[in-house]
Design a protein around this ligand. Structure first.
Ligand code: ADP
Length: 268
């Protein structure tokens, strides 16, 4: 109650045109960090019991002869919900870490080829697209090298390509483009999908924001994929943007600095 009262007073004084002093901001900052710490702690605490549930379900499913046919579907539903909850907890913990520490410390960055990362993702995700009768295309400039964390970058682009496939109806096209622009690598993930309304575009990188909650949940989404993508892009000194038109398609653009070294192609 106290801190809520404090916030209200601050808002009112802000509206009155007064300066917010550091002392006045402190309680707001403290409750903001407490809230974030709560999310991190709660996610961490949920991990243990969830692992226990998953372990027990796996044991039961390993003996199909002992499962009553009536219970088989229920067990499959429990296993799927458990894995979805597991993904949600891992995503929350990942984001909680981004609040506390630099998400990609310099010591963990190595010279890597964005071209190779995207080529590998293309090979991995082409069958997923084909399964949905979507044509996955790529236009990749060779040998663009950045300093980065390979698994985090794969996660960033995999989130974008998965989304593009998920939010594009059958018969559509998803294109992955990699090019060099001045001292940066530019990656575009373009689709001919359902798009996002203009007034909703400022929200897309917010945690848990989903244009259609029911649809996203049904398809296994947590609403955290784009927040994670943004955290990883920023952790590499880059940025991410989106342009979109409903029923026409979307284009997610990631810009990451190239390695600062002259006379090597793909570097500057
Ligand atoms: P999730 O896909 O798990 O719901 P994301 O954070 O990856 O969560 O995306 C948030 C929301 O942004 C999605 O629920 C969807 O409404 C919208 N979105 C993301 N990518 C696209 C896309 N390529 N086309 C249309 N909408 C998208």
């Amino acid at each position: 109650v106290l801190s809520c009262g404090g916030i209200v007073t601050l808002i009112l004084s802000g509206l009155g045109g007064m300066w917010l002093t550091q002392k006045a901001i402190e309680p707001i900052e403290a409750s903001y960090f407490k809230l974030k710490q709560f999310t991190a702690d709660a996610s961490h605490e949920l991990r243990g019991p969830l692992t226990a549930i998953k372990f027990s379900v796996d044991i039961i499913r390993n003996h199909p002869e002992r499962i009553h046919p009536k219970d088989s579907k229920k067990l499959t539903a429990i296993a799927s919900a458990t894995s979805q909850m597991g993904q949600l907890i891992e995503d929350l913990l990942f984001l909680a870490r981004t609040d506390k520490e630099v998400i990609v410390p310099t010591r963990e960055k190595i010279e890597i080829s964005l071209s190779v990362i995207l080529q590998n993702l293309f090979i991995l995700l082409e069958p997923v697209a084909q399964n949905k009768k979507i044509s996955l295309k790529s236009q990749l400039t060779d040998n663009l090298i950045i300093l980065g964390d390979k698994s985090k970058l794969s996660r960033l682009f995999s989130n974008l390509i998965h989304n593009a496939i998920q939010y594009t109806p059958e018969g559509g096209i998803v294109t992955i483009e990699l090019s060099k622009q001045n001292r940066h690598a530019m990656v575009n993930v373009r689709d001919t999908g359902i798009g996002i309304a203009e007034d909703q575009l400022p929200n897309v990188f917010d945690r848990f924001w989903r244009a259609d909650k029911a649809r996203s949940r049904r398809e296994g989404g947590t609403g955290l994929g784009l927040s994670i993508a943004k955290a990883i892009a920023v952790g590499h000194g880059g940025r991410i943007n989106v342009t979109s038109k409903p029923n026409v398609g979307s284009c997610f653009q990631v810009r990451i600095p190239l390695i600062n070294r002259s006379n090597t192609p793909g570097k500057y």
